[in-house]
Structures are given as structure tokens and as C-alpha cells.
Design a protein around this ligand. Sequence first.
Ligand code: GLV
Length: 311
Amino acid sequence: MRILLHIDDIEAWRDALAERLPEAEIVTADDPAERRRDADYLAVWKPPEALLAEQSRARGIVNLGAGVDALLNNPARPAGVPIVKLRDAGMAELIGDYVRYGVLHFQRDFDRYRRQQARREWREHSLSDKRDWPVGVLGLGAIGAKVAAMVAADGYPVHGWSRSPKALEGVTCHHGKAGLNELLGRVRTLVLLLPGTRSTRHLIDAEALAALPEGASLINPGRGSLIDEAALLEALGEGEREGRLRGALLDAFAEEPLPEGSPLWPHPRVWVTPHMAGPTPLLDAVDQVVEAIRAFEAGESIETVDPDAGY
Ligand code: GLV
């Protein structure tokens, strides 16, 4: 069995996978074309088109990340081959920590104190109780559900939203268009953990931003395509002129790396991180790769991605 592996830090991945699947021949983009082509399985993260185009015999693909948008949008993806994506694999907790940091950042006024420090201004703001700080989590998949639970365990009221109805302990769940508006109207921090699909593109547009309470904040460790960046900039205001949105902690952007000329970089109320909220933890991920390949080999059923839904 031949497996094409493609991801950053490839040596560590190759070693871990070889140890767990000694019977497999693991090939990478660095192998000669005749060796790496026509693999039985692809375990890949954002593979270049040319590498995918060589794979006409693949029987299964494991996407080495949670979001499958890049793979589904790759024009060289072999059609009809089942795709398994990583489910949580340790990413949810990392993203949960990122979100908890962001929620505290705004709820405990670290953004304001940072700006005051620049002015050497010693002024304490009255504390907002966390029980009066509802947090909204859009997207209740493997990652969103865990993040919502982590934020709820910290003592914040949490509202979750998904396309279809869900029930999660300790989280007020909303769904559908009406549910989204209801959630937007009441949260002080909005967290985006939806997949990047045709139907979630620019879900956070001028109208959605206007539905948030004055002074709300935004955290996006999900996908850049969820946000209309021009509308976001408008809602944040310019320079010292504050808009209705208090600030944004952003890990994902319409274009990555974030272009040098993006007005988000120098914005005083934006925190930019380079898509680092949830790196794929190697060992948990390798376990899921092995599980998927074993299931493909045995012809057992395994949860696969729905390319039409986009997740
Ligand atoms: C990272 O963005 C992922 O989808 O795993």
C-alpha cells in the first residue's frame, strides 16, 4: 500500500506514520515522480495541484486538518474519492485556549488598558461580570462544540449556532436564519468556527455586524471567508474613531498570508495572528489517519466529507 503524505514538518509525520503503519510505503513530493504517483491513499494538507493531478488511483483521501475547503476547491482533486477529515484530534482544545484568551482580553479590558498604557494613563474601568458577558459560538461541529463547552465552563453564558438543530449541555443552542439573528442580538463576543463553504461565505457582513450589540467583539479562529473584511473594517471604525465593534482577534483571513498592505495589520483595534490557533497535533492526527486507512482497506464504513455541503 502506497500513501502520499503532504504537510509541513514532513519528516516527523513520516516517522510517526511509518511506525504505526509499517506495511505502508510512504512517499512525499520529494520522491521521484514515478515513485510518488498513483498512491493508494493520500494523507494531505493543502497539496499543490501538480501533486494531486498525478494521483489517478487513490481510493481514499485523509485531509490533515479540520477544514476541507482548500482540498475541495483544488481543481486537481480526484473526483469521487471519499475524503475523511480530522475530527478535533486535539485541535479543539488549542482553539479553545485561543478563544478563552480572546474572551478574557475583551471582558477584562486588556484592549483598553493597552491603549491607555501608550498614553501613560492610569484609569481603572468598572469590571463587567462574566455572567453578563454572553459569548456566541457559530459552528457546533467537533471543534465549535468543545470550544463552546470550554467557554461555558469558565462561567460565561454561551450561545451556540448551527445550521440544523443541536442540543449541547450548558449551551443555549440556536439554528437557522432566525436563530442566528437572535444570537447576534445578544452576544458581547462572537466566535466564528464555521466551515468555509458557499453558504457561509460572508455570513458576517454589514447586516450581521450591525445586529451585534454596540461594543461587541469578534474572534475568528475559523475561516477568513466567513467575514466581509470591508464591512468589518467599517464596523471597527478608523484610527481613534471607534465603530460599533470594539475589537477583533483574527487568526484567519480572506487571503493568507495577510497581504502586507491590508488595513487590518495596523488597525488599533485588531489583533492579527498567523493562522496559529489550532495547529494539527501530530500524534492524535496520525491515529486518525491510521484509523481511516484501515477502514478504507477493510471496506468498513467511516464518516466522510460531503463535498456538496463543504464539510
Ligand atoms: C486549519 O485551518 C484546519 O482546518 O485544520
